[in-house]
Design a protein. Structure first.
Length: 66
């Protein structure tokens, strides 16, 4: 549970950084993001999810990073 909370904290740090460093650029980027078709966003989200699961598998079940 401790690791999960630490990982969640890191996600919040990395998600919040662009808003602190360049809020105007983030506003422009979010407007561009709103113009993308929902299907394309869903595919990108699914790809990110699969890649994340694969990376978790690699780190936990193989000796590749250890």
């Amino acid at each position: 549970m401790k690791l999960l909370v630490a990982l969640f904290g890191l996600v919040l740090i990395f998600e919040g950084m662009p808003y602190v460093v360049a809020p105007e650029a983030m506003q422009r980027w979010l407007l561009q993001l709103a113009a993308i078709r929902p299907g394309a966003l869903r595919i990108a989200g699914l790809a990110a999810l699969v890649l994340g699961l694969f990376l978790c598998y690699l780190t936990q079940r193989t000796g590749l990073f250890g």
